[in-house]
Structure formats: C-alpha cells, structure tokens
Ligand binder design. Structure first.
Ligand code: GAL
Length: 351
C-alpha cells in the first residue's frame, strides 16, 4: 500500500506548478553521463557520483519536540544520508535567536546548502538576507514566506503544502458525514477550533478554510470557542476538556489544526463520555501514525495527509538542483506537495 501512496504522491508532485526535478531541472547528473563513452562506464560514473554526491548539509528544525516535524526531519536525514551527504540536523528549541545562531554557525562551517524550517514566519527576511550574503543555496520548508520575500534571493526555494487545501479538506470531511455535522438537527454546526501557533500560516489558513468549506456549502455555523493549542497534544487535551465542561452537548464538531492536538482532544472527548462519529465529530491534519489508528478505529472522523516523506524528498530534489547551479525566478520559488483526505475508507493505504 505504501507503494501505491508513493505513486499517488509522485503523481501529485508532477502536477505541482514549480515542482523540482522536472525536465528543465536535471542538468547536472545528465551532463556527466553523456560524457561517458559506454553504457557501463556511464552507469559506474553515475553511481560514483551519487554516492559521492557529498557536501555538507545543515538542517535547521524549529523544534524537535513536534510530532509532525519529527517524522519530517527523520525522513530528511534518511534521504540525505542515503545519498552520501554529511548531514547535521539542529534543534531550534522554538527560539528564533537560537536558530539564527545555528544558521550562522553552519555558514561559518562552510556548509554547501541549508534546509531551514524557520521558527518564526516573521523571521523570513532576516534568514533570506543571511543566506544570500553568505551565498548558500537554501531550501525553506514548512513555514512559507511571501513570494516577494523569496524573490530577494534566486538560490532559494520553498517546499511545502498549500495550507488552505488542508483546511478545505477538513471541512469536506464534516460535509461528508450523514448530517453534515449538524448532529442535533438545530440547523447549524456548532464547533470549537483548536488552533496551532497562530503566527503560522498553516494555522491561519486551516482555521479559515475548514469553516469556509461549510459556509460555502450553505451550512450555517456557530463558533463556540477558538483557542491556540500551539500544535501540542497536552494543550489540545486541556482546551477540549474545558470546552466540553463549558459547552457540553452543544459541541458537534472539534476542528484541530493538527493531529497531535486532535489526539489530545480525543482523550478529553472520551473522558467526557462522548463518542466520536456518534455524538461529536473530530478532525485533524498530518496523518500521524497515532491518528491513522484512531481513524481506522472510528475514534476520529478523519484527518488529512501532510506528506512528510513527499515533502522531504521534494526538498532534497530542490536542494540538489540548487547545488547543480539552477536558480529560481521570482514567483516560481514555491513548490507544493498535495494534501490527501484520509477517512476510514482509504486509511489502510496510508499505514
Ligand atoms: C504543520 C503541521 C503541524 C506542525 C507545524 C509546525 O504543517 O501540520 O503539526 O508540525 O507544521 O510548523
């Protein structure tokens, strides 16, 4: 099943507007195999080239203590090491000043490329100007700067997903239920929203578009509460627990901007004696293993695959293009991997 998924992902990536690894993008390896005088020589040379791809790569993660980014960074490390790069992955501890120092240290150490998951979206200008001054090719991941900010440096690419799409899909998961989320039949969907870090565009757009999918479909909504859970399981549990005590049966839908908070919310839902898909709906994003299990068991209405492995391999492809000398024109510096809706019907494909 994983293979099926990989194929689906490859298909989606091929559709992405500015996907790295496209026909215009593979010049470096092709040039060396053309120079070889026989097929055998050319094969040997390309093997040598890929194992010796070499180079020092610095990877900055906003914080290690984040469930989704843990899967993502492990995938990045595995892919990069598998290709023969010398990789150092550092933990920003959710502190932008610390990450700025880490970036400077990598630059002083002479890394060939950087992959950076910024701590703060608002730090994008400063990060971009630092890597530009040092002339280090850089792939930004997970927190998207504006096209305008990225246009300052042509050896810079962003790899991520279109966060609005994941929000829309969460709303669709609710619209796909038998009562479109209106469990008590009072003509409106009453929900609580457990938000990620509100500084993060993923949190902003998922919050907006999950609800927009309902209102666009003509469904009336009522927001009972919106609180920041900072992507964190414990905070998700606390917020849901308080809201369930306060609003009780009024809550029909629990929207969580990610799965880790949804798993926390599920603990509170179960402790309150409520039953998902019967008297309350619960949706998340990421398709963490724990969430896939809960979707399969009917304890979550659904989730949305945030494809960590697909994004990691796309980030490495883009990095290799930059290392091969490719530059990216303004307006073409964002590469998106598609989200995928996960329900009990297709969950097995993701496990
Ligand atoms: C989101 C992901 C969250 C969290 C966040 C960190 O894309 O869904 O779980 O990891 O990134 O920026």
């Amino acid at each position: 099943m994983k293979k099926l998924l990989a194929l689906a992902v490859a298909g989606c990536m091929a559709l992405s507007l500015a996907a790295c690894g496209g026909s215009t993008a593979s010049s470096a390896p092709a040039a060396s195999s053309e120079a070889a005088s026989s097929a055998a020589e050319s094969a040997a040379e390309s093997v040598a080239e890929s194992t010796a791809a070499g180079g020092k790569i610095g990877v900055c993660i906003y914080k290690f203590d984040d469930a989704f980014m843990t899967t993502y960074r492990n995938a990045l490390q595995e892919i990069l090491e598998g290709k023969g790069y010398e990789v150092t992955v550092v933990d920003g501890n959710n502190d932008q000043n610390k990450q700025n120092e880490q970036i400077n240290t990598f630059i002083t150490q002479g890394v060939d490329a950087l992959i950076i998951n910024p701590v703060m979206t608002s730090a994008a200008d400063q990060i971009i100007s630092t890597v530009k001054d040092a002339d280090v090719p850089t792939v930004l991941i997970n927190r998207e700067p504006t096209a305008d900010q990225m246009s300052a440096y042509e050896k810079l690419v962003y790899v991520g997903c279109d966060a609005a799409q994941s929000g829309t899909m969460q709303g669709e998961l609710i619209l796909d239920t038998e009562n479109k989320g209106d469990i008590n039949g009072d003509g409106k969907v009453s929900y609580i929203m457990i938000q990620g870090d509100p500084e993060n565009i993923d949190a902003q757009l998922r919050t907006e578009y999950s609800v927009k999918a309902l209102t666009d479909a003509g469904v009336e909504v009522e927001q009972l509460d919106l609180q920041r859970g900072d992507w964190d399981r414990n905070k998700g549990q606390e917020i849901a627990q308080n809201d369930l005590a306060k609003f009780g049966d009024q809550i029909e839908v629990v929207f969580c901007n990610n799965d880790d908070m949804a798993i926390g919310a599920l603990q509170a839902i179960q402790a309150a004696g409520r039953t998902v898909n019967s008297d309350i709906y619960l949706v998340g994003v990421d398709a963490l293993d724990a969430a896939l299990n809960e979707v399969e068991a009917g304890n979550m209405t659904g989730t949305v695959l945030n494809d960590a492995k697909g994004q990691a391999s796309q980030a490495v492809e883009c990095m290799e293009e930059l290392l091969g000398g490719k530059t990216f024109a303004a307006g073409e510096q964002s590469v998106y991997v598609d989200y995928v809706k996960v329900t009990p019907d297709n969950v097995a494909e993701f496990k």
